[in-house]
Design a protein around this ligand. Structure first.
Ligand code: KG4
Ligand code: ZN
Length: 334
């Protein structure tokens, strides 16, 4: 079965063709990062406009690279929530028009279900149930994947998401957007023990909170500047990265052990090398099998939407022609 997957929830316009939810035939990504970097973050209106401009050619490229004709497609899957509303509407409107003229079924996909499905594309043996850490710009969830389309949220960020915290701390350190890769690069040269950051406390066993850490970094930066001391940026970046990844890895492995299930990590932040290493070490120590996504599938992409769409399609998900987009939506909703 061939599914065309369309993703436009943030700053990547991406379209892919995936066979049977597991085999990527093409995955074209047009990123807008360079343009948003000029403003220090994603500018929603610019994102919407670029999606509208790019989506036609990205779709054509995805079909061409897969050597697939529109007629060969079995369905179209599109991200309809959560994300920037104007950006989502660009993809949803295009997908509806496409399906209307091509007479193809439309499948509405939740963005985080897409990130989880990136694990199926990267690990052919992975089947639910398992526990997944979903860490992106807007989310830090620990999710129990009971089945391909059945999810339970075990924990979430009570304030800033992991990626958001990386991006904000990067800005405090004068690094460009997106902050995750920048912090990571700088941290690799730093000593994580020079600065001591607090360990945030949260009520929920699998919840996380990063806004206190962000404030602690800001205080260190301000104090250094007031005292006229030189800030050791690489050391501070390393301390921050260590702390965030330690918290995330611990939550994931605790949950996997409680449910006696394998663990997975996905989402834009899951490409982080320190996070991957910490998850590997803890999983080996506790005998938990660990599944990682391929690097190219960590960030937003159409292939993960097509993969999730395949399983949604099999479970009977068909979107109506009046499908809307939603800026927020729980992963358990549909
Ligand atoms: O999943 P994603 O591409 O988009 C959303 O759905 O939000 O995630 C983007 C986030 C950004 O906050 C970015 O800073 C973060 O992923 N990120 C990283 C790394 N690469 C990207 N965070 C930490 N370390 C990285 N190497
Ligand atoms: Zn994402």
């Amino acid at each position: 079965m061939l599914i065309l997957g369309i993703e436009s929830s943030c700053d990547e316009t991406s379209v892919a063709v995936v066979e049977d939810g597991r085999n990527v035939l093409s995955n074209v990504v047009a990123t807008q990062i360079a343009e948003h970097r000029l403003y220090g973050g994603v500018v929603p209106e610019i994102a919407s406009r670029r999606h509208i401009e790019n989506i036609g050619t990205v779709t054509q490229d995805a079909l061409d690279q897969a050597e697939v004709r529109i007629d060969d497609l079995d369905a179209v899957a599109v991200t309809y929530a959560p994300g920037l509303i104007g950006a989502l509407l660009a993809g949803v409107s295009f997908a509806k028009g496409f399906c209307y003229t091509a007479k193809k079924p439309l499948v509405a996909v939740h963005h985080l279900r897409g990130h989880i499905a990136s694990l199926y594309l990267s690990n052919q043996d992975l089947r639910p149930p398992f526990v997944s850490l979903v860490v992106s710009g807007g989310h830090s969830h620990v999710i129990l994947v009971r089945d391909y389309t059945v999810f339970e949220v075990l924990g979430r960020a009570v304030d800033d998401a992991a990626g958001e915290a990386f991006d904000k701390v990067a800005r405090t350190l004068g690094l460009p957007y997106p902050g995750g890769p920048e912090i990571s690069r700088l941290a690799a040269m730093g000593d994580p023990t020079r600065y001591v950051l607090p360990t945030p406390h949260v009520a929920g066993q699998y919840d996380v909170s990063f806004s206190g850490l962000k404030t602690a970094v800001l205080n260190i930066v301000n104090t250094a500047s007031m005292r006229g001391e030189e800030l050791q940026k690489a050391d501070l970046a390393a301390a921050f990265e260590q702390k965030v990844t330690e918290i995330l890895a611990r939550r994931l492995v605790d949950a996997a052990m409680e449910f006696n299930l394998p663990a997975g990590i996905c989402g834009g932040v899951s490409v982080n090398g320190v996070l991957q290493e910490k998850c590997k070490t803890l999983c080996i120590r506790h005998g938990v099998p660990l599944y990682l996504p391929q690097k190219s599938l960590c960030g937003d992409n159409g292939a993960m939407i097509a993969a999730a769409g395949y399983y949604e399609f099999l479970s009977g998900n068909r979107a109506p022609i009046n499908l809307n987009a939603y800026a927020t939506m729980d992963i358990t909703m549909h």
